[in-house]
Every structure is written in C-alpha cells, then in structure tokens.
Design a protein around this ligand. Structure first.
Ligand SMILES: Nc1ncnc2c1ncn2[C@@H]1O[C@H](COP(=O)(O)OP(=O)(O)OP(=O)(O)O)[C@@H](O)[C@H]1O
Ligand SMILES: [Mg+2]
Length: 326
C-alpha cells in the first residue's frame, strides 16, 4: 500500500453559520503502481484531498499514510523535506519558474535535496529525455508550448523519485490533442517505471486512460472502481444533469459515466448538452468528441443531430413543467 487515507475531514469556517465541509470523511487506499483518476463536480473536494495528501495543508482530523510515513502526525518542520521525497506535484498552471530554463526547473528539487550540480544536471537531462524534451533543455518556460511546459513540470515532479505523483487537472489548460499526448506520456511512465499517479480531471478522455476512477461528491467518495464499471445511471438523472448548461463539468462527467455505463441513448443526449455548453469552453470540446467516439460507437459527426434532439427533449421537459433550472 503506497497511500492510505482514513476518515479524512477538512472544513473551512467562513464565519457565522457558514462552514464548508470540503472533505467529510474520506477513506482511500492506493496500491503502488496504480494509475488513478479522481473525478467529480466542481467543489466536491478533489483539490482539497490532493492538497492534503500532498502535505500542502493539514486536515482537521483523520490520517494520511504515504509509503509507511504517517504524514498527518509529522511536525510542521519536517513536512517540506518529507513532501519533497514522497510526493511529486503537478498543477494545471505548470508552476515553472519563468526565469529558469527547462533543465534548471527540473534541477530545482534536486538542488534543494543537496545533490551536486553535476549530478543534478545529468539527472535532469535524463528526466527531460524521458518526457521527450531533451532538445528543449535550454528553453525558458516562456519559450515552451503548454504541452511542453507540462512535460517539464512532470519531469520536475519525478526528479526525487517520489512515491506518488499527484496531478490536479494537469491537462486543464491544454487542447485535446496535447492533453492526450501528456496523459499518454504519464501512462507510459506509469507502465515503464511503475510510478504511481493520482490525477484529478474533468476530462473523460483523460480518465479513460486510468485503471480506476474515484468519483467525489460533496466531500465524500461516491464511487470507486475500475474504469468501465460505472454504475448504471437512470435516464432521468442523466437528463437532469444534462439540461443544466451552466455545469459543463457535471454534464461532462455524467456523460462519461453514462457512456461507460452503457446507456447509449441517454449518454448521447448528455454528451450533446456538454457539446452545446462547451461551445463557450472550447478546449474541452474535442475531448468529449473522443469519448463519444470511443464510448458507444457514436461518431463525432452525429453530435449536431444529438444537439438538436436534446434541444427538443429540453423543450419537452420545460413544457411539462419539469425544467431543470435550479
Ligand atoms: N481555502 C479555502 N477557503 C474556504 N473554502 C475553501 C477553500 N478551499 C476550498 N474551499 C471550499 O471547499 C470545497 C471543496 O473545494 P475544492 O477546491 O476541493 O473543490 P474541487 O473538487 O477541486 O473543485 P474544482 O473541480 O472546481 O477544482 C468548495 O466548496 C470550496 O469552495
Ligand atoms: Mg480543484
């Protein structure tokens, strides 16, 4: 067991009666070498969970054990060192130091760990070649594409050979093609080196690469299972989520679950709404198309028709007084 999370709770007291239960008793066990996705609507606690596991914040109660070290009982002074050795962090915004080159960014954690300059340089170049960027070592982060910058961030996360890499929406700022290549690269590192990954994502195309998908809702784990074994959703539930166009993420997640749960008609409708809603959210769009294509044999070209059908369904629901405007 590389990670064990037990009864984890975190609340944010916003004053008055306003207490946000960001995590409301989470249990999670992860084996070495797993490639796991965490999905769930906005505000469901995904980042909070990742930040706690990544020792960037402390829980109110509960325990986190990473690679046999109980992180939750460490004194504050020990956290940075243990964090550096045990977890590699990857963020949506890459978080590279802009005044440093790619290789210098990868070297940073090695230099903090007091590795000699020469050894650190060699190791960093090796890591950059593992993510396919040996020829970009001398580029500043501003001279890299988004996908390249994220690869550098991944190389940096791997520098100290961490027990787990934690990635919070690592493809959130990338177009769908770049997302796929970044996630495939992570997958390859997982398979080649047995590196454990936990990846928070809204993108079903990314989650589809995982062996296991944990879904969170309201600070709790709602489901946890192998990819493709999602529970069958009721048509009504899918539609309800699908007709709330403001919640692109939710509709998309539901669509993904529906596709996996073999509810092709309803899934098509949910995806179609996502497609509509995603018109204002272009980077997501091709990813969904990929899911539709891979899911139930629906082809991308059918989406326009599905959008029309969905519009009719929504109109019918609205006429029946069942509009999902909540
Ligand atoms: N520093 C904070 N102070 C107060 N409330 C917070 C803080 N961080 C998170 N929250 C609240 O905790 C809940 C969980 O937030 P979290 O960031 O974990 O959600 P998420 O699942 O990562 O969402 P998203 O998909 O939008 O990134 C939300 O209700 C959020 O508003
Ligand atoms: Mg988040």
């Amino acid at each position: 067991m590389i990670l064990s999370v037990h009864r984890l709770k975190k609340t944010y007291d916003m004053g008055g009666d306003n207490v946000v239960r960001a995590l409301d008793g989470v249990d999670l066990e992860v084996e070495r070498g797993e490639f796991m996705a965490i999905m769930g609507p906005s505000g469901s606690g995904k980042s909070t969970l990742l930040n706690l596991v990544g020792m960037l914040d402390r829980p109110d109660s509960g325990t986190i054990t990473i690679d046999s070290i109980e992180a939750t009982s460490l004194p504050a002074g020990k956290l940075p060192e243990i964090r550096g050795r045990k977890v590699g962090l990857v963020f949506q915004t890459f978080n590279l130091v802009t005044t440093m080159t790619a290789v210098e960014n990868v070297e940073l954690p090695l230099r903090y760990a007091r590795m000699s300059g020469k050894t650190a340089r060699q190791r960093s170049l090796q890591l950059l070649s593992e993510v396919g960027l040996e020829d970009k070592a001398g580029h500043l982060s501003t001279e890299l594409s988004g996908g390249e910058a994220q690869r550098v961030a991944i190389a940096r996360a791997l520098a100290l050979d961490p027990a787990i890499v934690l990635a919070d929406e690592p493809t959130g700022q990338l177009d769908s093609r770049t997302s796929q290549s970044v996630i495939e690269m992570m997958r390859a590192l997982n398979q080649r080196k047995g590196q454990t990954f936990i990846i928070v994502t809204h993108d079903p195309g990314v989650a589809a690469q995982a062996d296991r998908i944990v879904r969170m809702i309201d600070g709790r784990i709602e489901s946890d299972g192998p990819t493709g074994a999602a529970p069958q959703l009721q048509q009504e539930e899918i539609l309800e989520a699908a007709v709330a166009p403001s919640s692109v993420g939710v509709a998309a997640d539901v669509a993904a679950v529906a596709v996996r749960g073999h509810a092709p008609v309803a899934a098509g409708e949910a995806v179609a709404t996502t497609y509509t809603a995603a018109a204002t959210d272009a980077p997501r769009l091709p990813g969904w198309a990929g899911v539709v294509k891979g899911g139930d044999g629906l082809v991308v070209e059918q989406l326009d028709r599905l959008v029309d059908e969905l519009a009719q369904t929504v109109a019918t629901l609205a006429a029946a007084g069942k509009s999902a405007s909540r």
